[in-house]
Design a protein around this ligand. Structure first.
Ligand code: NAI
Length: 742
């Protein structure tokens, strides 16, 4: 068996996402809809999507758009036919009949349904056809969500299902969990229940939506969209349909019914076009007031919008569930009500829905980006604590058994859905050192793993300490969080700036530089394996590693200028050095400084390894990997291959033309200023960057060492951070997430 040609039918949100992911894997796709105009429009949508569904826009040519009337014959050639049309059973049945008549023998047919049971979808098929039919439930957006649930029945050809699983794991990069044919499968059964509990309890407790999202978010290891924000993201209308289907499919005895009734407010929002981010807004909306965009939140009782309030829970960045649920205030009470119900519900599904509780936890990670699933939460809280905290808690068989056995550490293996040697599995086997505020270090075989673990994995003095200490062995810098690192922790830097403690900032940046230098020149192999954001300081760690094993979903680049700074952890110097190795730079000493001036000056980013190479954010020697679960093993293999005879790189020297190179950059800045593309501070930041990239007060006959360049970076950084307008940019970005132009 092989999958070389795929037909996707239905070119809406999901069909487009699946087709794009097949393109990303270099597999030709025929995308069919009712009319060719619809699938052509979908193709255009894929090309223009943001965040992009394609890792390389050129791959769009792998898609051929067509319609189900004139082009249905193309189904004959397909090895796999994916149905992603509207969630209407009659339409699906009619389509299957046509597919089954046309398809070639042995092909696989799957539906992307999120709510219709497999046995209903296949009800009209012969037993022979049923063998080749299953559900492949992708999550939206397909490129970015790790989970794929494959739902099969005993009648299925198990070899085929396993083949499809391996294909989707290897080629499409998904974490594939095989599920039974039960409503909502695993991810949505627990994930949607969790959302409904969070919403219902918030309404009962009269919390504001901002309060609910502040608790049912980062403090629980859940993305900051929380529950109401997530509702808006998914679409309130879509959620309403999903709930209806759960109510239809689940027996009345299932406690899902208690939390799945559509609330009148939701009905009203949908009716008035407030379907979420795709509509006029939802629980949150962006409103324009006096020419300014203001984020507003709905009041659950009055139904009026008012400017969204930031909720300060005054808690540590680290998830500490026990502390959270033990709080003596409404937030602690809310957290306990929600967490306890989720744990009880998830554990009630064992063994009828799945015997493997780990699969539920991993489905929550892959499909909802939780950092821990309900069973890991239970282990963290402790079974005894959980059962004894609340005398009214109605436990179930699963929990009772653990309690009676006094099984405090019951968990066992992680990521059992895959045979790959994943980070999650290796972390359980490795020697752990948690003795650092911002990173955990693991020791395994002949290497160390450094896993940053701050919010968005932003970097501070402690993160650098962890890297420095690890560099006495081969190192893999990798993590399971959503982001590799969003850059230097700006809150940390601003705290010093507020005290005008410039010395502390200088000390930190110098430590950053020296740590990265140590990684680069140590006698050991250093591999960075990023996924998600690797920006600013995060990129500086990559650029000073020996190799980068990058997940295809990285977003990388140097964005410091947007907050009024320049890259000073070696980023400016190393980018300059990379561009100095080009043929053009050999001919023209000002070529590389000018090129890097543009890249850093505009804060350019790449949203895949393919896009990163032309900027030289990544090099040909680096690797691009579709399946995030493979990052660790590919990094391990690189270490094994390179460690014998490994020699650190030679320290570079720089010949730069100083004022001569600077003149042209200054001219560019003047022009941008005249055209009002930059304002005063943009000019100031640009000038500092130009000063560093041109080598400062040097001439072309002088040779600068790498340390000279680091010193220039550091000096510029410390000067910039002292400026009020840089501080204003940072404050603005910290509070709004957007850059300030000043
Ligand atoms: P959508 O409404 O965005 O797109 C459906 C597409 O199917 C439309 O382009 C429509 O013109 C086309 N279509 C309708 N009848 C057709 C027919 N007979 N032949 C060919 N095309 C036809 O829907 P969406 O959201 O992409 O959902 C598709 C499937 O994926 C549904 O089964 C849904 O339950 C499921 N799903 C949706 C998720 C989501 O987040 N939107 C997530 C996971 C699954």
């Amino acid at each position: 068996m092989n999958i070389k040609n795929v037909v996707v039918i239905g070119s809406g949100t999901m069909g487009s996402g699946i087709a794009a992911q097949l393109c990303n894997a270099n597999i030709p796709v025929i995308l069919l809809d009712l009319k060719t105009e619809i699938s052509e429009r979908a193709k255009k949508g894929i090309f223009e999507s943001s965040p992009p569904l394609l890792i390389d826009k050129n791959k769009i040519n792998y898609i051929i758009a067509g319609n189900i009337k004139e082009n249905f014959d193309l189904v004959k050639k397909a090895d796999w036919i994916v149905e992603a049309v509207v969630e209407k059973i009659d339409i699906k049945h009619e389509l299957y009949e046509k597919i089954l008549k046309t398809r070639k023998k042995d092909s696989i047919i799957s539906s992307n349904t999120s709510t219709i049971p497999l046995k209903i979808l296949s009800a009209k098929m012969s037993d022979e056809d049923k063998k080749d039919f299953c559900i492949t439930h992708f999550f939206n957006p397909v490129r970015y969500m790790g989970l794929l649930e494959i739902v099969s029945e005993t009648i299925n050809d198990i070899k085929k299902i396993n083949f499809l699983k391996n294909f989707c794991e290897d080629s499409l990069g998904k974490g594939v969990i095989i599920c039974k044919d039960t409503p909502g499968f695993l991810g949505n059964r627990v994930g949607v229940y969790a959302m409904q509990v969070a919403m219902t309890e918030a309404i009962k407790m009269k919390l504001s939506i901002e309060e609910a999202d502040a608790v049912f978010g980062r403090p629980m290891g859940i993305p900051k969209t929380g529950v109401f924000g997530l509702y808006d993201l998914i679409g309130i209308d879509l959620m309403a349909d999903v709930l209806k289907s759960f109510l239809k499919e689940l027996p009345k005895s299932d406690v899902f019914h208690e939390v799945a009734q559509e609330i009148p407010l939701m009905k009203n929002l949908i009716k008035t076009g407030y379907t979420g981010r795709k509509g006029k807004g939802g629980f949150y909306r962006m409103n324009k007031k006096e020419g300014k965009k203001v984020l507003e939140a709905i009041n659950l009782s009055s139904k009026n919008y008012s400017p969204s309030k930031k909720i300060d829970l005054s808690i540590d960045e680290k998830v500490d569930l026990k502390k959270l649920v033990s709080r003596n205030d409404k937030y602690g009470k809310y957290a306990w009500l929600v967490i306890s119900k989720i744990i009880l519900y998830a554990s009630s599904l064992i063994p009828s829905v799945t015997k493997d509780y780990n699969n539920i936890d991993e489905a929550m990670r892959l499909g909802f980006n939780w950092s821990k699933g309900p069973f890991e939460m239970l282990e963290e809280l402790g079974v005894k604590f959980f059962v004894e905290k609340d005398s009214k808690l109605k436990t179930n068989k699963f929990i009772k058994e653990l309690y009676d056995k006094k099984a405090e550490t019951f968990y066992g293996k992680r990521q059992i859905y895959t045979n790959l040697e994943t980070l999650g599995k290796v972390k359980q086997l490795a020697k752990v050192n948690k003795d650092n505020k911002s990173a955990i270090t693991y020791e395994h075989k002949d290497y160390k793993i450094v896993e940053f673990n701050t919010k968005a994995n932003t970097l501070d003095y402690y993160s650098m300490d962890a890297l420095k200490k690890a560099s006495d062995k081969n190192v893999i810098i990798i993590n399971e969080g959503m982001q590799f690192s969003a850059g230097v922790n700006l809150n940390y830097v601003m705290d010093f700036a507020k005290e005008k403690n410039w010395k502390a900032i200088e000390k930190f940046i110098h430590h950053f530089q020296m740590t990265c230098k140590q990684l680069k020149y140590s006698n050991n192999v250093v591999v960075s394996a990023p996924s998600g954001l690797a920006l600013g300081g995060g990129f500086e760690v990559l650029v000073q590693s020996d190799y980068v094993v990058a997940h295809t979903n990285i977003v990388t680049g140097l964005v410091e200028t947007l907050v009024g700074l320049i890259p000073a952890g070696g980023g400016t110097t190393n980018m300059l050095w990379r561009w100095m190795q080009t043929q053009e730079a050999k001919k023209d000493p000002n070529f590389a400084p000018q090129k890097v001036f543009n890249i850093i000056g505009y804060g350019k980013t790449a949203s895949s390894p393919m896009e990163a190479v032309p900027f030289k954010f990544l090099l040909e020697k680096d690797k691009s990997i579709m399946n995030r679960n493979k990052l660790l093993s590919v990094s391990q293999d690189l270490i094994s291959e390179k460690k014998n005879g490994y020699k650190p790189p030679k320290q570079p020297t720089f010949k730069l033309s100083g004022g001569q190179a600077r003149d042209k950059m200054f001219q560019t800045l003047e022009n941008l200023f005249k055209e009002k593309k930059i304002l005063e501070h943009g000019m100031e930041v640009g000038k500092k960057l130009a000063f560093v990239l041109s080598g400062g007060n040097t001439t072309i006959d002088k040779e600068l060492s790498e340390d000279d360049m680091y010193a220039l970076e550091l000096e510029a950084f410390v000067q910039l951070i002292q400026m009020k307008k840089t501080q204003a940019r940072i404050q603005h970005t910290l509070s709004t997430g957007r850059p300030l132009v000043n």
